[in-house]
Design a protein around this ligand. Structure first.
Ligand SMILES: [Zn+2]
Length: 597
């Protein structure tokens, strides 16, 4: 069923617009002086405008952390044609069309997020924001307020509720009362469940005890067997089938919203973790939404698109090319340019810790061994076929048993069809046994854990694995000690995506209750900065193009009010982003650059 605006689950965006705080309100504390540095810009000097070695932009009076070991610190940086021309004395005598006095602000390379869900996040920005709602009464009030602004019968769509924060999941009866009988669809922050009102249950034929659970999903029921409104895992597809696929133009708008938030947080490169068909895809033609957003000038950050495994099919071609799996035309990892490019094939091996569906070798506390999305044999065969066709592969593996499946698949692929320096990835790597560490290193894999999960979901994850396995959770230091490189990533909107919050969690490993998970896995602030800059670039085979402020590389950088490496005891997450430049162009904070000293 397709739904017209106002008659389907996509409520008019004006009714629910701007539920999120404006950029930086969460990180908006001023520097130690009580004020953020003011950045002064001087106008072009016309007498030198035609000089042959004119810089486009010169940034001076800054504390520049280049993340380049050969030259780690500088105070000035010059940009020409979107690239770093030089530092300090290289550019001291060169005229510039624009010179900005940074007033002592800190400059670091632009941040990369190696795993996020951009369209999903962008769409959630136009939905009722429930992340910060901490009581069921508050949630019902929010639904009632939204209902009062909508025509009768219009859907109310909310996202980000957290049953741990609320004390319980909402249920259909509460949503029926609050929503005045309207269809209400509230998505859990994990993406693994949602709660709907009776009107939605009726639309999908799941409002009575006689309905059966779908494959891979659970319709949660009360004592009499009647559905409560809570739908888990693939039972959610009963609802999403009403709205998918989304129109490309609507997704392009969502990407534009997400992109503005990303720019405000210093992100200059993100990897979208799975487009097209499959678990979290929005439409089979999802790449078109990214191209449209780019054509409109709305894609402010560089984007790499993982292609979900559900899009893969056996490839035809010359016999010499061999069989393999890919997408039409034989496009594969690397196709595109430095603004928009195809990345790895994304394959989901198992479920999640918070949903107790991660595949583990020993049962989760009070639960089983978790689930696989398909048979391990089938998934291994697809990894090998995609590898053969030239794809980098990103395998979602949260439980240690799923990590074993990933290791076996990648090892088999390399044995059968050797390719140098591929950098296949293990997404999340949530529970990793000590014996797996050297095997991951030997296989040349890239673990991609999400540090902010520790804060947002850590207490629940610790309860799921039990105390003996807490030291194995979302490791970082152990990976580094085994010679691995760990890119920074968020899995946004599953967890907050601001890179400075992620860096804070890498350093502190605190949960929201104040516990510290696996303190031995903490890393230094310098290592956290590397993760979100040069190591994120490296994971995309891009370290020669970006990730450090090295002459010749892309001029992607962030201006901060304080130093993330030398924090003087304050949390990295409270540092403020003053401006973000992508390819030398200011995509956020131009007003700060315009402010006169
Ligand atoms: Zn993800």
């Amino acid at each position: 069923m397709k739904c017209a605006v106002g008659a389907g689950p996509r409520a008019p965006s004006t009714a629910l617009a701007a539920p999120h705080p404006p950029p930086n309100t969460r990180v908006g504390t001023p520097g130690p002086s009580g004020r953020a540095p003011r950045l002064g810009r001087s106008r072009p000097n016309r007498s030198t405008e035609n000089a042959s070695s004119m810089l486009d932009l010169k940034l001076t009076n800054a504390r520049i952390r280049t993340v380049d070991d050969e030259r780690p610190l500088a105070t000035a940086l010059g940009i020409v044609a979107g690239r770093v021309l030089g530092l300090d004395e290289d550019v001291a005598d060169l005229p510039a069309r624009t010179t900005v006095d940074c007033g002592g602000a800190v400059i670091v390379p632009g941040f990369g997020d190696a795993h996020n869900h951009m369209a999903w996040f962008g769409q959630s920005l136009s939905e009722l924001e429930l992340e910060t709602v901490s009581t069921l009464d508050g949630l019902h009030d929010a639904v009632a307020r939204a209902a009062s602004a909508l025509p009768e019968g219009a859907w109310i769509v909310g996202s980000g509720y957290d049953d741990a924060l609320l004390g319980a999941h909402p249920d259909r009866h509460g949503l029926d009362r609050a929503g005045g009988g309207r269809p209400v669809w509230l998505k859990h922050r994990s993406g693994h469940m949602c709660t709907v009102s009776s009107a939605v249950l009726r639309q999908v034929g799941a409002d009575t005890a006689s309905v059966a659970d779908p494959d891979g999903g659970v319709i949660v029921r009360d004592g009499a067997g009647v559905p409560t409104g809570l739908l888990q895992e693939r039972a959610q597809e009963m609802v999403t089938a009403l709205v998918m696929p989304y129109p490309v133009a609507e997704l392009a708008d969502a990407l534009a919203r997400a992109s503005r938030v990303y720019a405000s947080e210093g992100l200059t490169h993100v990897v979208e973790a799975g487009i097209g068909r499959g678990l979290i895809g929005r439409t089979p033609v999802e790449a078109a939404a990214y191209q449209l957003a780019r054509d409109r000038g709305a894609l402010l950050t560089r984007v790499e698109l993982m292609v979900a495994a559900d899009n893969m099919h056996p490839l035809d071609g010359h016999a010499d090319d061999g069989a393999g799996a890919g997408i039409d035309l034989g496009l594969r990892t690397g196709f595109g340019d430095d603004r928009l490019r195809l990345g790895p094939m994304k394959i989901w091996l198992d479920g999640s810790l918070i949903g107790h569906t991660a595949a583990v070798s020993e049962p989760l506390c009070g639960h089983g061994h978790g689930v696989y999305q398909n048979s391990p044999e089938e998934m291994r065969a697809l990894v090998v076929a995609a590898h053969r066709a030239g794809w980098r592969v990103a395998a979602h593996a949260i439980g240690d048993d799923a990590v074993d499946v990933a290791l076996e698949a990648f090892t088999e692929a390399q044995r059968a069809f050797p390719r140098p320096d591929v950098r296949h990835r293990v997404e999340h790597a949530g529970v990793v046994r000590p014996d797996q560490l050297p095997r991951i290193a030997e296989a040349g894999l890239v673990p991609v854990p999400q540090p902010r999960f520790l804060y947002a979901l850590g207490d629940g994850m610790a309860a799921a694995v039990g105390p003996d396995r807490v030291p194995w959770l979302y490791r970082h230091r152990s990976f580094l000690d085994h010679g691995l490189r760990v890119p920074g990533s968020s899995d946004r909107p599953v967890a907050p995506g601001a890179p400075l919050l992620g860096m804070e969690s890498m350093v502190e490993r605190a949960t929201s209750s104040g516990a510290v998970l696996a303190a031995d896995e903490r890393v230094s602030a310098q290592q956290a900065l590397r993760a979100y800059t040069i190591d994120a670039a490296w994971a995309s085979h891009d370290e020669h193009r970006r990730g450090s402020l090295t002459p010749g590389k892309l001029a992607d950088l962030v201006v901060l009010d304080r130093d993330p490496v030398d924090t003087a005891g304050e949390g990295i997450g409270t540092i403020r982003v003053l401006a973000t430049l992508v390819g030398g162009e200011c995509v956020y904070g131009a007003e700060n650059l315009d402010g006169l000293a």
